[in-house]
Write a protein that binds this ligand. Structure first.
Ligand code: PAF
Length: 287
C-alpha cells in the first residue's frame, strides 16, 4: 500500500494551501481524527469525499482531551498505515501536526461550551470536552474547511461542536455520519483494540441493551426509568462490565427525559467499562 499522500505538519502551510484552494473556488471538507483509523473513520471520509472537492483528514492525538489517568500515552498510533488507508479511500491531504505546533509553550487559550458539556460524558470526564472544543477550534482555524464531518458514535461531542459552531459563528457546515458497527453489532472504536477475546464478547452487551431499548420503545414503553432498568440488567449480566451511565435524552438538546413523547427523537446513550476499557455507544430513536 502506498502512503504517498500530501501531508502538512505546520499550521501556516496548510492555511496557505487551503487559501489557494478557496481562491480556485474549491469546497474543502475536513475529517478530524486522532488516527489509528478504522472503518468508522473511513465512513466519515467517504462522506467528506462525496461533499467536497478536496478532503483533508487531520491526525492528531489531542493531549488536552485526556485526563491524567486516561490512555493518552497508550492511545494507538500508526500514521503510515492511516495515510495508506486514506489514500485508498480518496482523501486528498493529511494534516498531522506535532503537539508543540498546536500547543506551543505558553499556550493559554481554551474554548469551553457550558451546560451541555457538564452532563453525561462531562460528568465522568470533566475536562474532556474543553480539550475537544479547543482542538476542533484550532483545526477549524488551521484548515478553514467549508464543512467538517463528525460521527454519531460521539453523539454528545457532535451536539457540543454544533453548539460551539453556532455560538462562535464558525462558517462551517457540520455533517453527522451514522455509527459503523462490526457484523455482530459492536460499534467500531479504536479502543476495541484493548479488549481481550473474552471482553470482546462481553462488550456486545452494550449493543444488546440498546436494541432492547429500541424494542421496548417500539412496543410503546414510554417510561425511561423502565427502559433504563431493563438495559442495566443486560449490562450487569457480564462480570467484566462496570456501568458509567445509561441515559435517554432529547436528541436536539441532550435534556434528560422521564417520559417519551410520540414523534420526538431521542438518543439512548450508554457508557460502560468492559474490563479496563471504557466504551460508549448510542442509538437515535424516534418514539
Ligand atoms: O472524535 C475524535 O476523534 C476527537 O474527539 C476529535 C474530534 C478528533 C478531536 O480530537
Amino acid at each position: 500500500m502506498s502512503t504517498d499522500i500530501i501531508t502538512f505538519y505546520k499550521v501556516k502551510e496548510i492555511q496557505n494551501y487551503v487559501d489557494e484552494l478557496h481562491r480556485q473556488g474549491k469546497v474543502v471538507g475536513l475529517v478530524p481524527t486522532m488516527g489509528y483509523l478504522h472503518e468508522g473513520h473511513l465512513s466519515l471520509v467517504d462522506n467528506a469525499v462525496e461533499l467536497s472537492d478536496v478532503t483533508i483528514v487531520s491526525i492528531f492525538v489531542n493531549p488536552t482531551q485526556f485526563a491524567p489517568d486516561e490512555d493518552f500515552e497508550d492511545y494507538p498510533r500508526d500514521t503510515e498505515r492511516d495515510k495508506a488507508l486514506l489514500k485508498e479511500r480518496g482523501a486528498d491531504v493529511v494534516f498531522a501536526p506535532e503537539a508543540d505546533e498546536i500547543y506551543p509553550d505558553n499556550f493559554q487559550t481554551y474554548v469551553d461550551v457550558e451546560e451541555i458539556t457538564r452532563k453525561l460524558e462531562g460528568e465522568h470526564r470533566p475536562t474532556h470536552f474543553k480539550g475537544v472544543t479547543t482542538i476542533v477550534s484550532i483545526l477549524f482555524n488551521s484548515v478553514k474547511p467549508d464543512l467538517a464531518v463528525f460521527g454519531q458514535k460521539d453523539a454528545q461531542q457532535a451536539v457540543v461542536i454544533k453548539r460551539m459552531v453556532s455560538d462562535l459563528k464558525f462558517d462551517i457546515d457540520i455533517i453527522l455520519a451514522p455509527i459503523v458497527r462490526e457484523e455482530d453489532g459492536l460499534a467500531m472504536s479504536s479502543r476495541n483494540l484493548y479488549l481481550s477475546e473474552k471482553e470482546r464478547k462481553d462488550a456486545l452487551v452494550l449493543y444488546k441493551s440498546l436494541k432492547k431499548a429500541e424494542d421496548l420503545i417500539k412496543i410503546g414503553e414510554e417510561k425511561t426509568y423502565n427502559i433504563v432498568e431493563e438495559m442495566r440488567s443486560i449490562i450487569n449480566s457480564v462480570n467484566s462490565s462496570k456501568l458509567d451511565y445509561i441515559d435517554i435524552v432529547r436528541a436536539d438538546n441532550f435534556e434528560r427525559v422521564e417520559e417519551l413523547q410520540k414523534d420526538h427523537e431521542y438518543y439512548v446513550l450508554i457508557a460502560c467499562k468492559i474490563g479496563k476499557t471504557r466504551l460508549i455507544d448510542n442509538l437515535l430513536i424516534k418514539a
